[in-house]
Design a protein around this ligand. Structure first.
Ligand code: SAM
Ligand code: SF4
Length: 341
């Protein structure tokens, strides 16, 4: 109730990209596909068969149109994600068109890196500015156990992204007790050696509740304690790298810049939230950890004009909840790959 009162106040002052709680929402993460060439333990449940059919995916034109309308509404930062965005053949075309939209300040990419070696240069040339690469382990066996993929290809992709001179290349590692705990320090050394920020992400119950158990959940606090045994973590409260919710620390000896994304243990996690998501099948999702969605695809395919699309985006903004429901028995019903990580 309180939130809706705040909403009314914000509307009166004309901030149409404010959500009901006064947060400025100017970041849209777009899942361009729910398909993926890896099978990460925490993301793609074994035997998963709930793929969207191809016609259900937004076309490149539809994605670009939504981005244009969102930019008109005040969205400034965009990220192409999935699923694995690099399995979509028209990704460079989407990136190129989005980078040219007036008002768009930055288009980034989140990828598992498997195909990045070949695509880094064309995507940079197309106007992508930043890239986040998932890297849960350096050890080839551990990496394969988590993702099913080949870490050598990912490392080649990271190297290609550095050579292609993306403005920022960040590494993401999902924390899993008993699975990649031994990889945290090697990843820090790798990040320091290459001068790349590294973020550790707490497991979230995104695709199935089984991924998040007491046994395999490794809180950010514990990961920090473990790193603190080897190096001093100096808080960087003013460090903002990109548009995400990470809290950064500089490791004094190694020089690594390490961020922690504690969606479950950080009680203030949602306070600075600045984003919404567009799912692979064209739903606007105001919060990753809440099932509210607003259907844009139906509107797109039934002749809606830009004004109607803008209204739907504004509706999604108004429906953005105060915080995610991951701590209150959230039951996933759509895979992370479709929603967009
Ligand atoms: N395929 C790309 C990748 O792996 O980076 C982009 C999509 S992926 C869904 C985006 C991010 O979500 C990755 O960093 C991934 O590790 C993270 N992710 C997926 N499932 C997760 C989960 N259950 N908990 C926490 N992070 C998760
Ligand atoms: Fe694919 Fe990324 Fe999910 Fe792994 S985290 S299964 S790479 S979409």
């Amino acid at each position: 109730m309180k939130g809706w009162l705040i909403c009314a106040a914000k509307t009166r002052t004309g901030g149409n990209k404010m959500d009901p709680f006064g947060r400025q929402i100017d970041y849209l993460r777009i899942s361009v596909t729910d398909r993926c060439n890896e099978r990460c333990l925490y993301c793609m449940p074994e035997g998963y068969k709930g793929w969207e059919s191809n016609p259900d995916h937004l076309t490149a034109e539809e994605i670009i149109r939504v981005a244009r309308v969102a930019a008109g509404l005040g969205f400034r930062k965009f990220r192409l994600t999935g699923g694995e965005p690099l399995v979509r053949g028209d990704l460079p075309d989407i990136a190129r068109a989005m980078a040219k939209i007036p008002g768009v300040e930055s288009v980034g990419l989140s990828t598992n890196g498997l195909r990045l070696a070949a695509l880094a240069q064309p995507l940079r040339a197309a106007g992508l500015r930043t890239v986040n690469v998932s890297l849960d382990a350096l050890d080839p066996q551990i990496y394969r156990r988590i993702t099913g993929g080949d870490v050598a290809k990912v490392l080649a992709g990271i190297q290609a992204a550095i050579v292609a001179e993306f403005e920022r290349v960040k590494l993401n590692c999902v924390l899993m007790r008993g699975v990649n705990e031994t990889e945290l320090w090697p990843l820090v050394l790798f990040a320091a050696e290459h001068g790349l920020p590294l973020r550790f992400i707490e497991l979230m119950p995104l695709t199935s509740t089984e991924v998040l158990t007491e046994k395999n959940f490794l809180p950010c606090g514990e990961a920090m304690q473990s790193l603190a045994q080897r190096d001093e973590l100096v808080p960087q409260p003013d460090r903002k790298l990109g548009h995400g919710p990470a809290k950064y620390y500089l490791l004094k000896q190694t020089g690594a810049l390490v961020g922690f994304i504690g969606a479950l243990t950080n009680e203030h996690f949602c306070e600075q939230c600045n984003k919404m998501r567009l799912t692979a099948d064209g739903k606007v999702r105001p919060c990753l950890g809440n099932h509210i969605e607003v259907d844009l695809r139906a509107a797109l395919r039934h002749g809606a004009d830009d004004g109607a699309l803008k209204e739907l985006l504004e509706t999604a903004l108004r429906l953005k909840p105060l915080e995610h429901q991951f701590r209150t028995n959230y039951q996933p019903c759509r895979p992370m790959t479709a929603i967009g990580g």
